[in-house]
Design a binder for this molecule. Structure first.
Ligand code: CTP
Length: 212
């Protein structure tokens, strides 16, 4: 299968040296990409900035902002049969990116105007075709309810509900929700194992469709 995977944070610049970002290390997405290759799939990894080496056999496209991530995914959309969207995409970016480095100036406070980034997964799902889409939901409150809302609203085939403790950590816990209401709970597993299970889940959805 032709598998697109996203990983890591995005950076949304306010001038040429400063940006807004988040704590994502990229480990989850990289583990998924490595598991995809190990299972015999062709994998393109669209990665935000991380310190991680590209897993052998994976084609990596490096991006910084949500806009660049969207463009890279669009460029490979015709090729893709499945997308696992593990990236922690910023929801807002500074309204303007100033050239050079913003000077401190005399003001004691400064308001930063933010505008919404596009919801990449929601947009791609408008042109879903036969592709399998697996999204992530990271929440501090009402995790399962929000995850199931995202499953429906973004027209996903599965969503991995997980909480803040997973960010940047070695191990992870989470629940995989499916549209038929099935839930698999995975607790305190190395991210490599998580990656394998997510790839297996996508393979299972694919087999189920082929039978139907
Ligand atoms: N996502 C995306 N584009 C964005 C934000 C998120 O494609 N601009 C994707 C993430 O990669 C993830 C899923 O959407 O697979 C859910 O991300 P999450 O941050 O949990 O939720 P949001 O959809 O941003 O919603 P909210 O902030 O309201 O919880």
């Amino acid at each position: 299968m032709n598998l697109l995977v996203t990983a890591g944070p995005t950076r949304e610049f306010l001038d040429d040296v400063r940006y807004l970002s988040n704590l994502s290390s990229g480990r989850m997405g990289y583990a998924v990409a490595a598991a995809g290759v190990a299972a015999g799939h062709r994998v393109v990894l669209v990665s935000g900035p991380t310190d991680l080496p590209c897993p052998p056999g994976v084609e990596r496209l490096e991006v910084e902002s949500a806009e660049e991530m969207h463009a890279a995914l669009k460029a490979r959309w015709a090729w893709a049969e499945a997308l696992i969207m593990a990236a922690a995409v910023a929801d807002y970016r500074p309204a303007v990116r100033l050239p050079g480095k913003l000077k401190k100036g005399p003001r004691e406070s400064l308001a930063l105007e933010l505008v919404r980034t596009r919801d990449i997964l929601a947009e791609l799902s408008q042109d879903k075709g036969n592709r399998i889409l697996l999204g992530f939901a990271l929440e501090t409150d009402g995790l399962m309810a929000e995850a199931s809302r995202k499953l429906g609203q973004k027209n996903l085939d599965a969503v991995l509900a997980n909480s803040l403790e997973n960010l940047g950590a070695e191990n992870a816990s989470g629940s995989l929700l499916m549209p038929d209401g099935k839930v698999e709970r995975w607790t305190n597993l190395p991210k490599a194992e998580f990656g394998k299970r997510l790839v297996t889940a996508v393979e299972g959805i694919r087999k189920g469709r082929a039978k139907a």
